[in-house]
Design a protein around this ligand. Structure first.
Ligand SMILES: [Ca+2]
Length: 207
């Protein structure tokens, strides 16, 4: 009788031990799985943050893409150059006086030309002198008859052999004094000009 009681106690104890062991195993496994999942999540986040260089660019932050030009150029970058001005190796420098004009009022427009399709119009200084006038299309070493004209004055002709570079080599090509009175621009002073002058003789211009 006692043996049967002891056997039941042992079986009950063994069953309890098994149940306790099973419960402990399940609880431990759950904790391990949870820790493994947390570790895996941490690993994924760490890889995303540090995988491509460490810092993830935030919105609104300027990033420098390789090969993309930046707003500021380096000192070695070539500066944009303007279109170069055309250069003429031969230039004329002329001067002229004008009959009847005050000495400080000779800043008039004049045209210098030849019979070979050369014509340049410039405005002289108050002293009646020009700056460099390009000798476009003219040939160095050739003799030219330059004709200087201005409205209201008779034209003046002057011969000159074109030099390389500055013409003349120093000073100015002097056309002397242009005579006044050609009111209709036909390069003559005659009764027609006189008639034109009489139309408004004694009148004053607007100021
Ligand atoms: Ca005339």
């Amino acid at each position: 009788m006692m043996n049967k009681v002891n056997l039941k106690i042992k079986l009950a104890f063994l069953l309890g031990f098994c149940l306790f062991s099973f419960a402990f195993f399940c609880f431990t496994k759950k904790e391990v799985l949870a820790q493994t999942q947390d570790a895996l999540i941490f690993k994924i986040r760490f890889t995303q943050c540090s995988g491509s260089g460490g810092v993830t660019p935030s919105s609104g932050t300027a990033t420098n893409v390789p090969g993309t030009p930046t707003a500021t150029s380096s000192p070695d970058s070539p500066e944009p150059t303007a279109e170069p001005e055309p250069v003429y190796s031969e230039n004329l420098f002329i001067k002229a006086d004008f009959e009847g004009l005050p000495e400080d009022s000779r800043d008039v427009a004049v045209t210098i030309r030849t019979g070979n399709n050369y014509s340049q119009t410039v405005v002289l200084s108050k002293e009646g002198k020009s700056g460099p006038i390009p000798a476009i299309g003219l040939t160095v070493g050739q003799d030219y008859d330059f004709i200087l004209s201005s409205w209201g004055f008779l034209s003046v002709r002057k011969s000159h052999k074109l030099l390389a570079g500055r013409n003349p080599a120093s000073g100015f090509l002097d056309f002397g004094t242009l005579r006044t009175g050609d009111l209709n621009g036909d390069n003559q002073v005659n009764g027609l000009d006189w008639s034109l002058m009489k139309l408004n003789f004694g009148a004053d211009g607007q100021k």
